[in-house]
Design a protein around this ligand. Structure first.
Ligand code: SAM
Length: 479
């Protein structure tokens, strides 16, 4: 029986509930009256305290996903854009993945790091190599990383991950600093999540891959990741261990997207029901070609159009949850979904172990092919030319604004007095330290224009003063 408050994966991701949801969505996909009422519920509304959104539950959002009436789909896109603007403005947060080790004991059928892959080079960074990678990332201008590792209790035990986090935070090279380390490692114990929390991590990210239990068991035939319930209940253990920013994700292409979409939203509803706070982020990776992996062996690939619709509907359904897109996607797909709701993107990523210190992009230990291969300076310039503010901000968790405290910032309407100035100040740091002269020029013009959009005059004054000090060499201002 479906129970969002249960701590058992089979109950909060109840297969029967998903199937009923999909049948309900099919039955109502042309029900204009219902669709209009769902769209109306999702619209931002204003009170004297700011702008708010109600979001949608998995049933309502699934009806919109099933609906193919062109005018209604256009309305969904317009609404997603409106919500995106209301809560995220034109800021796009930047990050890069850092691959620590590709040793793995799992048998995931879509991942080239699977244990049976005998020809992929196995590599694990030493602390000296971590340092070199971090310096290379700092020299590009990155401030926020997502560390990635295969699951291998012998080669990559939690102690290794903790040591790497410690090394990453300790490196100060020129004006560089990694100020937030998000962690994407396999499901683990409450005790280990507590250790990660104590090491000062930002978000704990774990992709569900697929919410369809039967497919999950088939796609993960061997290794600890085979345990569907242990994997699906990981976020509850993470929260029990004190991590209150968690990132969900589905690997699109493995199962029917409508099933995954409903499961993803049910997972978000479960976290909200049990812990009082939904996911901090949702990632939307699609299966990519990789070493011995051919994406066409999975039958559920989705078109760019469907992908965009999913992104728009996630934005509408969970307006306060950040959405992440990686360099798995091309520049043109990224352009489209950034407009519709994505709030965080990676730039200049290398998905191989030790890839950042190599002159040329290495492929021997790569996890998947990268579509967007531009430099960080190019990505920053591209974003600014489209009117976005690339943000290197990491202030929230450093100021203790995690979990529900972050959500209340979103809901209080203070984002424009907090995230917006932080974006401008961290962009200025990037321009001073890492940008090309042309990017610097575009950036300074953008900042000058965007200062005017800080509503509180006192905050505006402080920002102007801080920007001047950044130009003189000071760093790390934040609200
Ligand atoms: N090993 C960890 C785990 O078990 O969750 C996480 C790290 S793994 C390096 C990060 C993610 O990459 C996986 O969760 C999976 O969704 C994604 N991934 C694996 N193979 C992929 C492929 N061929 N194309 C795109 N993404 C892939």
């Amino acid at each position: 029986m479906y129970d969002p408050k249960s701590l058992c994966a089979d109950k909060f991701i109840d297969d029967a509930e998903i199937k009923e949801t999909l049948a309900y969505a099919d039955a109502n996909k042309d029900n204009i009256e219902l669709i209009d009422s769902i769209l109306k519920k999702a619209r931002p509304y204003k009170t004297d305290k700011g702008t708010f959104c109600r979001g949608l539950n998995h049933r309502e959002a699934s009806v919109l996903l099933a609906c193919e009436i062109p005018e209604k789909v256009q309305e969904m896109y317009a609404l997603a854009e409106e919500i995106k603007k209301a809560f995220y403005g034109n800021r796009i947060v930047m990050f890069a993945p850092l691959y620590l080790s590709n040793y793995c004991v799992n048998g995931c059928l879509y991942c080239p790091y699977h244990m049976k892959n005998k020809h992929i080079a196995r590599k694990k960074l030493t602390q000296e190599e971590v340092e070199k990678e971090v310096i290379a990332l700092q020299d590009m201008g990155h401030k926020r990383l997502a560390i990635e590792a295969g699951e291998d209790p012998v080669n990559n035990p939690i102690e290794y991950i903790l040591e790497c986090i410690n090394t990453i935070y300790s490196i100060k090279h020129k004006n560089g600093a990694i100020r937030r380390v998000n962690v994407n490692i396999a499901a683990t114990t409450v005790e280990n999540y507590r250790k990660l929390k104590d090491a000062g991590i930002g978000t704990y990210i774990l992709f569900q891959e697929t919410y369809h239990k039967e497919s999950y068991l088939r796609l993960h035939p061997t290794g600890p990741k085979h345990d569907y319930n242990y994997h699906t209940e990981a976020m509850d253990r993470a929260m029990e261990g004190g991590i209150d920013d968690v990132g969900l994700g589905v690997l699109f292409g493995l199962e029917l997207y409508r099933y995954e979409f409903a499961g993803l939203l049910m997972h978000a509803e479960h976290l909200e029901a049990v812990h009082g706070v939904g996911p901090h982020t949702i990632s939307v990776p699609r299966v990519k070609k990789a070493d011995d992996i051919d994406p066409s062996q999975f039958d559920n690939g989705i078109s760019d159009e469907t992908f965009a619709k999913i992104c728009a509907l996630i934005r509408i359904a969970v307006p306060y949850t950040g959405m992440i897109i990686s360099t798995r996607e091309s520049q043109s797909v990224r352009e489209k979904v950034i407009r519709l709701g994505v709030s965080q993107i990676s730039g200049a990523s290398r998905t191989s172990v030790g890839g950042y210190t190599e002159e040329l992009r290495p492929h021997d230990t790569e996890q998947f092919d990268v579509s967007d291969q531009r430099t960080l300076n190019e990505v920053v310039e591209w974003l600014m030319e489209m009117g976005y503010i690339p943000s290197f901000c990491t202030a929230c968790y450093r100021e203790g604004r995690t979990g529900d405290r972050f959500m209340s910032l979103c809901k209080s309407g203070q984002i424009q007095n907090c995230c917006h100035p932080n974006a401008l100040m961290t962009l200025k740091e990037f321009l001073m330290d890492y940008a090309s002269p042309h990017t610097h020029e575009i950036g300074d013009a953008l900042i000058a224009k965007e200062i005017e959009n800080i509503p509180n005059p006192k905050v505006r004054e402080i920002v102007i003063k801080n920007l001047k000090e950044i130009a003189e060499g000071k760093r790390d201002f934040r609200f």
